[in-house]
Design a protein around this ligand. Structure first.
Ligand code: G6P
Length: 609
């Protein structure tokens, strides 16, 4: 996830681009850059670090006269944050400059082919192949050059393109990454999101998938995928600036909940190739090394630890290697039984959590191989791990994690399938069927997000609770831990997650008339057992919200409210089960008027012990 802008008009472009980028920093802030066009020459200014560094480098852009340019703020995916990896990227002879948001999935293959033809690359990014391909297809007709270039690309991309030979135009392309054209009195813009254009205009044209736009002074032309000119109506923004930054949502948390289908797709799709093989680019473990693993330890904090609890059930079941899961602050001080035959999987959204980083160092000191699952590219945990797999969730701003947690689950599924196939505990056919199910998850999540109005209503009814309990068994219990934390951390309601079978050993004494209990019953092996536990709490006066799948409709009659979820593979239930409970937590906190994105006493990245 990155932010792109472009401007062509009557005013100097640089200050407008910089201001536009400042409104897109929520999409990433590892580095920033701009490219400005003048006849026969493109000038690039770029720098690693926050936008302010670039701003200082060009003194706010006030002295730069060019009136055509593109800009970028980066959230690193391919290649660490550095000056070289910053956008815009120039082609070999500087004829084209490109800014890109998205992932070019076939970039390695394209890069290899270009290199074999003598093209020297300057960066480690996937984006640079786009600049080099434009030069390869360079022709008198810029539209054809762009069309021939995008024909070679697989993946997601919003692109802004400058051509030194035609400095009075900007080309923009959109596929599976957001992009709009802004229509102001003094000129035209392209932008990843509306806030970037709002100071200048409320009028915009949303581009559809596969469309190519050309912006000239006083003229906007849009072609569809087939190369036909399309008439695009101009729309009007009705939001104010602050809600526009949140994509029209009231809080980042709900925006990030809603982004989960796309985040999952971004994490999954580059990891499964055309032959349906799992490609874990960040794992360098050989088959020999995998076979020598005697135990796996998953270590993390907070929600990342809860993702790890799901990982334990799953990886152990699939690989038959003993897996333990531990909280990083416990692991680091308990003299863990870890050696060179251990694989330690570290999970962290930020890659900077102090206890998790210390646990990683402890594991390495004991000779273990460390594989990390991290969202922030170039973070400390990523840098110190032997192998790194990135969850491409994009920047997460709300303190309570949602999309990062969901992509961590996805990455753990892929790791489980990958190791199991290598060790032969899963056959190719079994892996194929699991991958088929995995690829369906983003769409299934889209369907579940449609339950938002129902959950909002329910949340209003339970907004003034003092206590809540979440119960489940096995994978359902793992999700109960996360669902309970979500409710607790943003609504300040006291909440506990319990293994359903353990209730009767003490906690059931807290159940009385009106106690709120959420029962999670989606794991087919334990559904009936959990439903019995649900009846036990009902018999003592509890009000129960049940989550289960359609086929258990008749068993659900005992519950006060039921949320039915689509049937997914039994190993993947956590991904669908958590979403309604994130929504429930959000709407309860909303009804209680809590500071949802910044709950009291909490921080997004905990860099102290
Ligand atoms: C904080 C955040 C949690 C997160 C935990 C671990 O407590 O509020 O959402 O799960 O840290 O953070 P990490 O960045 O390591 O995933």
């Amino acid at each position: 996830m990155c932010g792109i802008v472009g401007y062509i008009g009557k005013k100097p472009a640089a200050p407008l681009l910089l201001h536009g980028l400042s409104k897109l920093e929520y999409r990433g802030y590892d580095s920033a850059g701009i490219a400005l066009a003048q006849p026969g020459h493109l000038t690039v200014y770029k720098s690693v670090g926050r936008l302010q560094v670039l701003f200082d480098q060009v003194s706010g852009g006030e002295e730069l006269p060019q009136t055509v340019g593109i800009g970028h703020t980066r959230w690193a995916t391919h290649g660490k944050p550095s000056d070289e990896n910053s956008h815009p990227h120039l082609s070999l002879h500087g004829r084209f400059a490109v800014v890109h948001n998205g992932i070019i999935e076939n970039y390695a293959q394209l890069k290899k082919e270009l290199q074999e033809n003598g093209v020297a690359f300057r960066s480690e990014t996937d984006t640079e192949v786009v600049a080099q391909l434009l030069e390869k297809h360079d022709s008198e007709d810029m539209l054809r050059t762009v069309q021939n270039t995008v024909k070679e690309l697989v993946g997601s991309y919003a692109l802004g393109i400058l051509n030194a030979a035609q400095p009075d135009e900007i080309f923009a392309v959109r596929r599976a990454s957001p992009l709009i054209v802004g229509v102001a009195r003094h000129g035209y813009f392209i932008a990843s999101d509306i806030p970037a254009i709002l100071p200048h205009t409320r009028r915009f044209i949303p581009l559809a998938d596969g469309e190519i736009a050309r912006l000239r002074r006083g003229e906007i032309t849009v072609w569809d995928e087939a190369g036909k000119v399309v008439e695009k109506p101009v729309q009007e923004v009705t939001w104010d600036i602050s809600s526009a930054e949140k994509g029209g949502y009231k809080h980042f948390m709900i925006k990030e909940i809603m982004e989960q289908p796309d985040a999952l797709a971004a994490t999954i799709s580059p990891r499964i190739n055309d032959k349906n093989e799992i490609v874990l680019d960040g794992i360098h473990l050989t088959e020999e090394e995998l076979k020598s693993i005697r135990r796996i330890a998953i270590v993390a904090c907070g929600s990342a630890y809860h993702a790890g609890v799901v990982g334990k059930y799953l990886i152990e079941k699939l690989t038959r290697i003993p897996v333990e899961v531990d909280i990083a602050s416990e692991f680091r001080y308990r003299d863990p039984l870890i050696d060179k035959h251990s694989l330690v999987i570290i999970i962290s959204q930020s890659g900077e959590t102090a206890d998790t980083l210390a646990a990683l160092r402890e594991a390495k000191a004991r000779g273990a191989r460390v594989l990390s699952v991290v969202n922030v590219v170039g973070s400390s945990i990523a840098a110190e791990s032997d192998d790194v797999l990135y969850t491409w969730a994009g920047p997460e701003i709300s303190v309570a994690t949602t999309k990062a947690y969901s992509t961590q689950l996805t990455m753990l599924y892929l790791i489980g399938f990958y190791i199991a196939e290598k060790l032969g505990t899963l056959t190719r056919e079994e892996v194929l069927s699991l991958l088929h199910e995995l690829k369906r998850l983003p769409d299934q999540l889209r369907g579940i997000l449609g339950l938002a109005p129902q959950l909002k209503q329910l949340a209003q009814r339970y907004a003034y609770l003092e206590h809540a309990f979440f119960i489940g068994r096995n994978l359902d219990y793992a999700v109960a831990l996360e669902a309970s934390l979500k409710l607790k951390e943003i609504s300040y309601i006291h909440s506990e997650a319990y293994a359903a079978g353990e209730l009767k050993h003490g906690t059931i004494s807290l159940i009385e008339d009106g106690t709120f209990v959420v029962a999670l019953a989606c794991s087919p092996d334990t559904v009936e057992k959990t439903l019995s536990n649900m009846k036990e709490v009902k018999a003592r006066g509890a009000e129960v919200l049940l989550l289960t799948t359609e086929e258990h409709r008749q068993l659900a009659e005992e519950a006060d409210h039921t949320i039915y979820l689509p049937r997914v593979h039994p190993l993947l239930t956590a991904s669908v089960e958590i979403v309604p409970l994130q929504l429930f937590g959000y709407y309860v906190a909303l009804a209680r008027r809590c500071d949802i994105d910044k709950p009291r006493n909490l921080a997004k990245s905990v860099t102290v012990e």
